[in-house]
Design a protein. Structure first.
Length: 281
């Protein structure tokens, strides 16, 4: 299993890194589009749809993203869209988590499918706009999610249920603890301050998300970073809710040793559009 994980990770990095650092954003946008289309296929399968509908969901995801790209939405200010995405993720995410695993099948299947494809398309558009701003900006968002995950794992392993007896969401993801959430947020706050100071020291031509927020207010930087860390946890929990409702351990087996695409991008789905919302203010 470890050998599979390592080989898959190396293969993914061999594709993603050259695309990310390519002078033009096109190759990266195409790679992300392929991954998120696979995520749409997985999401349809997790919600009980057959192969034909799952392939159609992936095709619709691709067509919507290509249409947005062709009309220039990747470079156009979209403040209202990002505000709508924020409202959908915060309010809709809270409602989904409150309803729990039992509440997910109660939603109409078509509504679930449309919502999932819409979330994937928004994440692609947000990634596209972040890459258009620059690699430094995009990486600052991606690394935030990775640091939140690592910090949560480390804090959960060290302090889990020692400070707070109640688990975070035992019916959805029994392994997650409140200490893990706080540890992830603490790691992100350190990252945000450190990255901002590094940008200032190096006089970076392309701003990071943190420099953009700190340019308005250091309080906005701290609150915004903590908010994004919390929403990355929400994205992870919502994907776990969908998988548990389907009785699945992984979203698919597309990535040997890692599960599926959704297992790798779940925390990014809310974080990318919400980062663009904060940066748009």
């Amino acid at each position: 299993m470890l050998r599979q994980r390592v080989l898959t990770a190396i293969a993914l990095l061999a594709i993603l890194l050259p695309a990310l650092f390519w002078p033009a954003p096109g190759p990266f946008l195409l790679v992300v589009l392929v991954l998120l289309a696979a995520g749409a296929w997985e999401f349809a399968r997790l919600n009980g749809f057959g192969q034909a509908v799952a392939v159609a969901a992936a095709a619709v995801c691709v067509l919507i993203c290509l249409a947005a790209w062709s009309v220039g939405l990747t470079t156009r200010p979209l403040v209202e869209l990002w505000l709508l995405a924020a409202a959908a993720w915060v309010l809709g995410g809270a409602l989904l988590l409150r309803r729990g695993v039992a509440g997910w099948p109660g939603l109409p299947p078509l509504l679930r499918l449309v919502g999932g494809v819409f979330a994937l398309c928004l994440a692609w558009l947000a990634a596209a706009q972040a890459r258009e701003i620059g690699v430094n900006f995009l990486l600052s968002v991606l690394v935030l999610v990775w640091v939140a995950d690592i910090g949560a794992y480390a804090a959960g392993r060290t302090f889990g249920q020692k400070l707070v007896r109640a688990k975070l969401a035992p019916a959805i993801s029994p392994g997650k603890s409140w200490e893990g959430v706080w540890g992830g947020m603490a790691g992100v706050l350190v990252l945000a301050v450190g990255w901002t100071l590094a940008d200032q020291f190096t006089q970076a031509e392309i701003p990071s998300l943190y420099s953009v927020l700190a340019g308005r207010s250091w309080w906005l930087l701290l609150v915004g970073a903590a908010f994004l860390a919390g929403m990355s946890v929400a994205g992870d929990l919502i994907e776990s809710l969908v998988k548990r409702s389907a009785g699945a351990k992984d979203s698919s087996r597309l990535l040997p040793g890692h599960g599926g695409v959704l297992d790798r991008v779940d925390a990014l789905l809310p974080t990318l559009p919400l980062a663009m919302m904060l940066a748009s203010f």
